[in-house]
Design a binder for this molecule. Structure first.
Ligand code: ZN
Length: 346
């Protein structure tokens, strides 16, 4: 009885205290809870929906602007899990929703797997597979050795290639595929066959008519914008087309002479439909392009020879400027804005 009375007195006292200090103590309690959450003593309550958006905004805001973009994109091991899209331009862009060329297929094998550059826009990957299968079936070509496409999210590369940034460029070796499935190590070490002896001469030991049929097929696809080859290969394609007497030679205009393509050719496709932020290169000439332009590439002019001293000086200055610009190392600021979303996705 006595105990009960004492307890009642205690409860009433508590109530009086609470009534007097209720407002301020509630305030202090919420302050205290906030502090405990901040210090991770108690977990923060997770709102079911609002959590993702601020996280993404934070990731976007946290992209370093003083690091070269090639380092940021080069570090990504997987594609951006977004709707497929080629963003920007071939030499300044990135890739959303990229897919891989399977390492081994019925008519192709991917090379240099350690580079992780067998990623492209789904349309490019489909085209490479199609070319491989059709060339094997119809052109007497044993299959494709597939070189670099893009990094998983495109972007500037850590080494080599100025283009290949949007997932629309693919390098294919001119070495025919061996019959066996190569090991990882073989794909790393295998040396490609050279198709030229020097910048003017085709290497007839390695070049076959099946190569010509393969290039014609690739250039004939409507999605293909250009094919780059070393100048003597372009010359051979022109001579071959003449010998064969092809009436339609518009495909030949897409085969362009360019430096550095003596063991592989480079396929560039047009911006796929639905890639809103993708800029196409000017269309290749509709003619076969076997006259002046080829003569220029077969001359010593593009290789730095045959120009007067004055012109040489100008060229040197230009190279210096270009090098300086390149040395600046482009950061994320130099890429289209949408590439930031690509970089921080998943
Ligand atoms: Zn290339």
């Amino acid at each position: 009885m006595i105990t009960q009375t004492r307890m009642n007195i205690f409860l009433i006292a508590c109530a009086v205290i609470l009534l007097n200090f209720g407002a301020s103590s509630a305030f202090a309690a919420s302050d205290l809870i906030g502090k405990l959450i901040e210090e991770k003593v108690i977990p923060r309550e997770k709102p079911a929906t609002a959590a993702k958006a601020p996280k993404k905004a934070m990731r976007l805001a946290n992209i370093p602007t003083n690091v070269p973009a090639k380092k940021l994109f080069g570090a990504k091991k997987k594609a951006a899990n977004l709707r497929p899209g080629a963003i920007g331009y071939y030499t300044r862009g990135c890739l959303a929703g990229g897919v891989e060329v399977p390492k081994t297929g019925p008519a192709w094998q991917a090379m240099r797997l350690s580079r992780n550059r067998n990623w492209g826009h789904p349309k490019l990957v489909a085209l490479v597979k199609r070319l491989a299968v059709e060339a094997k079936k119809h052109d007497g070509y044993s299959g494709l050795l597939v070189g670099d496409l893009s990094q998983p999210r495109g972007g500037p590369m850590t080494s080599g290639h100025r283009s290949h940034q949007m997932g629309l460029d693919a390098d294919v070796w001119l070495t025919p595929m061996p019959k066996h499935v190569m090991t990882w190590a073989e794909r790393e070490k295998k040396k490609p066959l050279l198709m030229t002896v020097d910048r003017k001469t085709l290497n007839r030991k390695n070049w076959t008519e099946a190569h010509a049929r393969l290039l014609k097929r690739a250039a004939s696809y409507s999605q293909v914008s250009r094919i780059f080859v070393h100048p003597p290969i372009k010359k051979e394609m022109c001579d071959w087309a003449r010998r064969k007497g092809f009436k339609n030679r518009s495909w030949l205009g897409k085969i362009r002479a360019y430096y550095g393509h003596n063991y592989h050719f480079h396929i560039r496709i047009k911006c796929p439909k639905g890639s809103a932020g993708c800029k196409d290169q000017k269309a290749a000439p509709r003619k076969d392009d076997c006259a002046e332009n080829l003569a220029y590439w077969m001359s010593s002019k593009p290789w730095g020879g045959g120009i007067k001293k004055k012109k040489k000086k100008v060229a040197k200055k230009k190279t210096k400027k270009r090098k300086k610009r390149a040395a600046k190392h482009m950061t994320i600021k130099g890429l289209p804005k949408a590439c930031r979303t690509v970089l921080v996705a998943n």
